[in-house]
Ligand binder design. Structure first.
Ligand SMILES: [Cu+2]
Length: 815
């Protein structure tokens, strides 16, 4: 087959339809990646305008530019937008675009999930921005501490906008986390064992893993606070057995890992770009991988350093202070490896390199002030002052924005297929670099002089006037710099000369394709033998386009790519990926309807949207699968592999594993909340404990046993009945419980039961689905992937049911 004929065949299979239809239905990873990047940049610009308004207000003492109400909304929205609508989606976008290309795959593992994530992000972000324009933006600070964010002090819908809007957006973060993890583990080039994987993939594996375990505590905390605000369940109200400190724990259980969730992808870009700029290989690859894993692990043990001043025990202070200082070690390992890489290479001062130098300087200063704040006595002085604001910006702008600008200039030729024109980017760099340091270096001093963060104005006697004015001037310099970056990028897109392949002479696979890239990435898939495939064979891209690699065909109109064994990279099966679809956008729209109904207080309408989501999910799942056995198919090189229809562990199975990991983390955080309130909160134990008769718990245990047996013996009806029995047992337990609004005990008990009911009901629906699918001929001896997936969900629901029964019934029985 000629290269051109192959191109036409693959293009017909992978293309995005023209016009609006294509926009709404596309699931292609390059489309999704570019959309995330553009939208995240738009939100960045909005957040930046808010920052300019903040600096305008603070430029002079006793300023009346904006009033305190507006000011509260400004800083809350600036922080929330930059964290949730800019930073995370920006690296998600970059990763979605790059990852399959770097790994030698044709798409992400679960393309429709990334499309769902995209629409949830777009709709959720829009809700938040519209609320801001309507003047009801969140105004309790980006970490939304109760009681300030509770009903008493924020009676309007401001906090609800945050809780519901951000949770909606978090769905996209969870989709991305699962998507990225499964893609890295399963959809790599043949021969790409873990040790031959590009360093960027290691960073993203750690990041996505951290998201799976880091986001659920925040999602739980938000659900609890929203339920408290909507229905008066007192999770955070001390008079009724709650505690506002529970929110701080749940928030920072997410919030500290979040810093590394943002930093690690940026560091991944640094580790990828730096060796190319220095014309050498990355030094100490193994040590960096170890440092990444250490950071991912350690960052979950640090959250209490955000709470040093809340009166926690001395032992805990010592432990968390030491742990906070300890993260400097793996960070330093990376910094020294980067310095060593520069040392052994011959660095080229191209524009991405300039931004990397900016990153080094700013990020190292941020790290050093971090070590200062890890010391409890210093933190007690600097807590809630502008010093902390300065530290945070050095870490996040240094550790994220500078590397992302380097990444933008490095990979832009890949996206546009064009060269830069003029030298606008260099001027932009100097404006941003000087402006940034002017704004935030001085803010350290303002903070040490005692200026608290988040105050809307100050009298001139405090002596903060000049520092604040200079900070504001610096902020406007930065804004000009970012405007120039936009102009530079637009010039490149409009006027740049077309590039040939691989302009930087890089060695990773994303450059082994024509640029801009075709929708299917590789006309045939590479077999790799080292970490630098393009160093081994600089003409690899041409060979792949000719069809010399694997899967050089357009079989059955299927979107095919190779799935490998996780560790060795040996080809395992041919993953058949789903094509363009209406289901993601429709599901996201119904989810949006649910969140809007909650926001409007239409609690009767909200369940209608839940039913719609379940119905759409059913149709979505129904649209997959096949009714005949196809057996192994040839992939080239004389090899044959089964398709994912007949594979043992599909990407869908792995996706379910990680989705359940996230859910189990949420469940663990909920149990933590239950135990935390029981032991720490005032007004415990509650007036009365649940003391059910034996029948309810026995019914639940019997149901769990039936579910486990049913899923293993292929008796789907037994599994279905078992799950329904768990639901019934939970209702039985709740009937014996005190009212949820009377005491935090009743409220947490009801939440635990709700978790078990949710999972048991979901598993029951899945069994019903399996029964219908088997009747319709989608299952056979070989094609039982769906049964395996349902077994995972069913086992989890059974386990959660038994855990909840123990947690609710035992205290009453033992008392
Ligand atoms: Cu922290």
């Amino acid at each position: 087959m000629s290269a051109l004929k192959l191109h036409y065949q693959l293009h017909a299979i992978w293309r995005t339809e023209p016009g609006w239809r294509g926009h709404l239905r596309s699931v292609n990873h390059s489309d999704m990646g570019k959309r995330f990047i553009v939208a995240a940049f738009v939100f960045f610009a909005i957040g930046g305008v808010l920052a300019m308004l903040i600096r305008a207000q603070l430029a002079t003492p006793r300023s009346a530019f904006v009033g305190p109400e507006v000011y509260n909304q400004l800083f809350t929205m600036h922080g929330s937008i930059m964290m949730f609508l800019f930073a995370i989606p920006m690296f998600e976008g970059l990763t979605m675009y790059l990852l399959p290309k770097m790994l030698g795959s044709r798409d992400l593992a679960l393309p429709r999930l990334s499309a769902l994530g995209w629409w949830c992000y777009l709709f959720g972000g829009t809700i938040i921005i519209v609320a801001m324009l309507a003047g009801v933006a969140p105004d309790a600070g980006w970490f939304l501490y109760p009681p300030l964010s509770g009903k008493t002090y924020t009676p309007g819908i401001n906090s609800d906008v945050w809780l519901l809007g951000i949770t909606f957006v978090e769905i996209s973060a969870m989709c991305a986390a699962i998507e990225i993890t499964v893609t890295i583990l399963k959809l790599r080039a043949a021969g790409m064992s873990l040790d031959k994987m590009p360093i960027f993939a290691w960073y993203m594996l750690a990041t996505a893993g951290m998201m799976v375990f880091g986001f659920p505590p925040l999602i739980l905390g938000s659900i609890l606070l929203e339920v408290e605000r909507a229905f008066g369940w007192p999770f955070y109200t001390p008079e009724l057995g709650g505690s506002p400190l529970l929110w701080q724990h749940l928030f920072w259980l997410f919030g500290h890992p979040e810093v590394y969730i943002i930093f690690l992808p940026a560091a991944g870009a640094v580790s990828t770009i730096l060796p190319v700029m220095a014309r050498t290989r990355l030094l100490a690859h193994g040590a960096i991988v170890a440092a990444i894993m250490a950071l991912a692990f350690l960052s979950f043990g640090l959250w209490v350093h955000h709470m040093f001043t809340t009166g926690i025990p001395h032992m805990a202070l010592g432990f968390f202070s030491a742990a906070s200082a300890l993260v400097a070690v793996p960070t330093a390992v990376q910094v020294f490896a980067w310095i060593g890489t520069l040392w052994q290479g011959r660095p080229d001062l191209k524009l991405p390199m300039l931004y990397l130098i900016g990153f080094f300087i700013v990020f190292v200063i941020g790290g050093l002030t971090g070590v200062m704040l890890a010391m409890v006595p210093f933190d007690a002085q600097a807590h809630d002052t502008a010093f902390v604001t300065a530290h945070l910006h050095y870490v996040l702008v240094g550790g994220f924005v500078f590397p992302m600008l380097a990444a933008a200039y490095y990979w832009l030729p890949h996206i546009t297929g064009r060269e830069r024109v003029l030298q606008v980017g260099e001027a932009a760099f100097w404006l941003i670099f000087i402006g940034f340091n002017m704004t935030f270096f001085l803010m350290h001093l303002t903070g040490l002089l005692g200026m608290p963060r988040r105050i809307d104005t100050y009298p001139e006697e405090m002596g903060w006037t000049w520092l604040n004015l200079l900070s504001s001037v610096g902020a406007f310099l930065q804004a000009f710099g970012f405007a120039l970056v936009v102009i530079d990028v637009l010039l490149q897109i409009r006027l740049g000369r077309m590039h040939r392949r691989n302009p930087w002479r890089a060695t990773t696979l994303e450059w082994a394709m024509p640029i801009p890239s075709p929708t299917y990435n590789f006309a045939s898939l590479p077999v790799v033998a080292s970490r630098d495939p393009l160093a081994d064979d600089p003409d690899l891209g041409v060979a792949l386009a000719r069809g010399d690699g694997l899967l050089a065909n357009g079989r059955s109109g299927w979107r095919e790519t190779i799935a490998v064994d996780m560790t060795s990279g040996t080809p395992e099966h041919v993953a058949i990926l789903p094509g363009n679809s209406w289901w993601p956008i429709l599901t996201a729209a119904m989810l949006g309807g649910f969140f809007l109904a909650m926001l409007a207080g239409l609690y009767v309408v909200a369940p209608v949207f839940v039913v719609a989501v379940v119905g759409l999910g059913w149709c979505w799942a129904w649209s997959n699968g096949i009714r005949i056995d196809v057996g192994p198919v040839p992939i080239g090189n004389g090899l044959s592999l089964p398709t994912s229809f007949e594979a043992v562990r599909t990407t869908g199975w792995w996706g379910s594993v990680f989705a359940l990991c996230a859910s189990a983390t949420l469940f663990t955080a909920l149990i933590f909340g239950y135990v935390f309130l029981w032991t720490i909160a005032p007004n415990w134990p509650p007036p009365a404990l649940i003391a059910p008769s034996l029948a309810g718990p026995l019914l639940g245990v019997a149901g769990a046993a039936a579910a486990v047996v049913g899923s293993r013996s292929g008796r789907r009806t037994l599994g279905l009945a078992g799950q329904l029995a768990i639901v019934a047992a939970m209702v039985w337990l709740l009937a014996a419980a005190p009212s949820p609004s009377s005491h935090a005990y009743g409220a947490t008990s009801a939440m635990l039961a709700a978790y078990a009911i949710f999972h048991a009901a979901l598993a029951a629906i899945m069994y019903a689905f399996l029964i219908a699918r088997a009747r319709a001929g989608f299952h056979s001896q070989a094609r039982d992937g769906e049964t395996r997936i349902v077994r995972l969900w069913s086992d989890h629901a059974a386990g959660a049911g038994i855990a909840v029964i123990a947690l609710l019934a035992l205290p009453g029985w033992l008392a």
